[in-house]
Design a protein around this ligand. Structure first.
Ligand SMILES: *[C@@H]1O[C@H](CO)[C@@H](O)[C@H](O)[C@H]1NC(C)=O
Length: 228
């Protein structure tokens, strides 16, 4: 009885020490100082189908926080990336994805709230796939050459402590009032109607395409998917 109690105390102390260690582990790693922002952006609309770009064995039993696809009902953030299969009425993935997006317009069930025009929804979904494909080689490099330590993975996956979860929540909250694209230097994103407004969209869409951000996301996804 006494021994069990002692072990329990030791376990608690170990957990607390581990959590306190995270800032030091983050510093020693090659994560960027704003990893909670870059990672939250990369995963906020992650799906099981997206995860399979990295690990074909990934399932809905993942613990990756995402914006609730159904924003008008219940929690703004769900603690997993959901299934989002595209159909096969058309021949290629691109057209099947466009079919998926346009079929959902008006249902408010695609995790974006009701401020997005059909064209903006299509841009968003392909922007995320484009980013995920860009993260792929960073993820592969981590898998094959420099595995992240279990201790660092534990810190990264503690998304409620490190700000990733809250930043996904930030995105969800801002979908209520507009079409936020990046989490920083938030400028009012104009409706996407022509080449001039696209210039502003494009600049913001490309914000997390730098090496540091891609590496942050690769490290997080490595940790989140290593046990599948
Ligand atoms: C994200 O990390 C930065 C830098 O460590 C910190 O200042 C910020 O509070 C974190 N964000 C959240 C939402 O916790």
């Amino acid at each position: 009885m006494r021994k069990t109690f002692l072990l329990a105390i030791i376990a608690v102390i170990a957990a607390v020490t581990q959590a306190n260690n995270c800032p030091a582990l983050y510093k020693q790693s090659n994560l960027s100082p704003i990893f909670n922002e870059t990672i939250a952006h990369a995963i906020h609309s992650m799906t099981v189908q997206g995860l399979r770009l990295f690990n074909p064995r990934a399932t809905v039993n993942n613990k990756i926080p995402t914006v609730n696809q159904n924003l008008h009902n219940g929690a703004k953030v769900v603690p997993f990336a959901p299934e989002d299969p595209v159909g096969n009425d058309f021949f290629d993935f691109t057209m099947n994805m466009i079919d998926r997006v346009l079929t959902n317009v008006g249902t408010h069930d695609d995790g974006l709230g009701h401020h997005w025009s059909p064209a903006e929804r299509i841009v968003h979904v392909f922007h995320m796939w484009d980013l995920w494909l860009h993260i792929q080689p960073y993820y592969q490099r981590i898998v094959s050459s420099s595995p992240v330590s279990d201790a660092l993975c534990e810190c990264l996956l503690d998304t409620k402590a490190n700000g990733i979860y809250n930043n996904v929540g930030w995105v969800a909250n801002h979908y209520e009032s507009g079409t936020p694209i990046s989490l920083k230097n938030i400028v009012e994103i104009p409706p996407l109607v022509d080449g001039n407004s696209w210039k502003i969209w494009k600049k913001d869409l490309l914000q997390y395409y730098n090496e540091e951000s891609l590496n942050d996301a690769g490290m997080y996804l490595y940790c989140a998917l290593k046990d599948f």
